[in-house]
Every structure is written in structure tokens, then in C-alpha cells.
Design a protein around this ligand. Structure first.
Ligand code: SF4
Length: 278
């Protein structure tokens, strides 16, 4: 399925009949494959379409790597380009399928015909503190992104139920440990939800959280999902939030959604799978 902006959504039928989705995102100088790590998801982040599906099972390392290889073959044939970056940011929580995710990214790194550099492979977590520490202890050189979305403990726990068992303090401790041990920056992903996590106080909480370790921040435009009552923050609110972070010296990127028209944008990967599971 193709988006007007060039994003392509892939739906995969697995050997046992389960369905997952992945997204190919073209941009100047890079072609990113966003892949799934689980069939469904055991978590239930309130803004995410995948969170409305039950976790069916973990994907194997082969099933994860295979998503990239299929997209790469397609990209070479139809776009004349190869995939340059891989993000485990599709359906599922990769740090709850750590062993297979680690094997998959190591395979993508060493396979002679692909050899994705470690800087071009990112695991994105909703905030599994133990998994973050494990990644550091294993010296897994892939990049780490945390879907933070609020640094105010009770707000985060309300938006993302994982915040109830993995508190802001636990995450902060795990990230400090990770950055100290790996000497790598963490990317903090922050989707701006109108009236929920986009106030000046929210920005100040994010500044306090992020000031304890090396990081960069991606502010993300929210993609409305049918049946989920959030809306994107208005442009002036986004601009104020961005400015507050920049004034504190943070490296901040504003990410616009890709693939909204085909339900392939961040947090929207459940449409096809939901039909298959229903
Ligand atoms: S955001 Fe990620 S971890 Fe949260 S429900 Fe969606 S797929 Fe699962």
C-alpha cells in the first residue's frame, strides 16, 4: 500500500497465518525500514493502534530480519535504492522480545550483502528499564530510542500503562547506566498530544528528565487513530514546546508524520492486522 508521500506499508503473512506490518519510509539520503518485533503487543499505550491488539506471540529473529530483506528487494526493484536504516518501531515491544531482537539486528549487521552499520539500526522501547540495562550489559551496539511521551510520572502512567511498573525514576536510572556504559546518546521520542502532554510544565519536566544523560529529542506530530480520543497539538503549541527545549540547549528535531493516509504512520500499525485478527 502506497502513501502520497512515498511511504509504503507492507503486510506480511507469517507461516502460522499471523499477520504483521512494516513500513518503508523514503527520505532524502536515507531509506528506512520500520519493522515489527511481535505479533500484536502485550502493552496498551493509549495513543497506539497496535496497543488495541492482544499480543499473539514474539517474532523470531528470522521473521524480524526477513521483513527488512523483503522490503529491500522491493526497494531495489521499484525505487532503485537499498535500505539504509532499520528501526524496530513497528508492532510490538522489542525489549520484551530481547533475545530474538538482538539476534535479528546482529544478523542484519553481519550479513555480508547488507551490513547495516550499527549507527543505522535502532531499537525503540516504550520503557522497559531492565531491557535497557541488558542492552548496555550485552554491549549491543544498536542505537536506543525511548518512547517517553511524558516525563511527569502520573501522566506517563496514564498515557502508557508500562509507566506504572517502570517508573520515571527507574527509566532515568537505566538510561544513565546505559549512557555511561555505552557512551552513546539516547533518542527520546515525544509525541505531542493536544492538552495532554504539551504544556510548558510538561516541557520543563522533559528538560529535567533529559538533563541527567546524553540525549537528543524527537518531537513527533500525532496521527489520529479512529476510536482513540487524542488530537495533535496545534502548531503554535508545538512551536512553544520546541523553543523551550532549544532554549535549554537540547538537540531537538521536529518529526512530521509519514504515511498517514494509509495508516502507516507511527502508532497506526494495526489496521490490516486488526482485520486479520478479528
Ligand atoms: S506504542 Fe509500542 S509498546 Fe506501546 S502499545 Fe504500541 S506497539 Fe506496543
Amino acid at each position: 500500500m502506497h502513501s502520497e508521500d512515498g511511504t509504503v506499508k507492507f503486510s506480511y503473512r507469517l507461516a502460522d497465518g499471523a499477520s504483521i506490518e512494516g513500513v518503508l519510509i523514503p527520505a532524502a539520503g536515507r531509506l528506512t525500514a520500520c519493522i515489527s518485533s511481535q505479533v500484536g503487543c502485550s502493552l496498551d499505550c493509549s495513543f497506539c493502534a497496535t496497543g488495541q491488539l492482544k499480543r499473539v506471540r514474539n517474532l523470531t529473529d528470522f521473521e524480524m530480519a526477513r521483513q527488512v530483506l523483503v522490503m529491500n528487494d522491493w526497494a531495489q526493484q521499484h525505487l532503485g535504492r537499498r535500505i539504509t536504516n532499520v528501526v524496530l518501531m513497528g508492532m510490538g515491544e522489542p525489549l520484551l522480545n530481547y533475545a530474538n531482537a538482538a539476534r535479528a539486528v546482529r544478523a542484519l549487521h553481519v550479513r555480508s550483502s547488507y551490513q547495516f552499520g550499527w549507527k543505522r539500526i535502532t531499537l525503540s522501547t516504550s520503557g522497559i528499564a531492565k531491557g535497557i540495562r541488558r542492552m548496555a550489559d550485552d554491549a549491543l551496539p544498536a542505537r536506543l530510542a525511548l518512547s517517553l511521551h511524558s516525563a511527569v510520572p502520573e501522566k506517563r502512567a496514564a498515557i502508557m500503562s508500562i509507566g506504572q511498573s517502570n517508573s520515571i525514576e527507574m527509566l532515568s536510572g537505566a538510561l544513565r547506566y546505559y549512557v555511561k556504559k555505552t557512551r552513546r546518546k539516547v533518542t527520546l521520542e515525544y509525541v505531542l498530544l493536544d492538552g495532554v502532554n504539551d504544556s510548558e510544565a510538561d516541557a520543563r519536566a522533559l528538560v529535567r528528565f533529559a538533563s541527567h544523560f546524553a540525549s537528543k529529542v524527537n518531537l513527533i506530530e500525532y496521527n489520529p487513530v479512529p476510536g482513540i480520543p487524542y488530537q495533535p497539538s496545534p502548531p503554535q503549541t508545538v512551536a512553544r514546546f520546541l523553543r523551550l527545549l532549544q532554549e535549554k540547549g537540547f538537540r531537538v528535531m521536529l518529526r512530521h508524520s509519514r504515511g498517514k493516509d494509509i495508516m502507516a504512520a507511527c502508532g497506526q500499525l494495526a489496521h490490516y492486522a486488526a482485520q486479520k485478527h478479528s
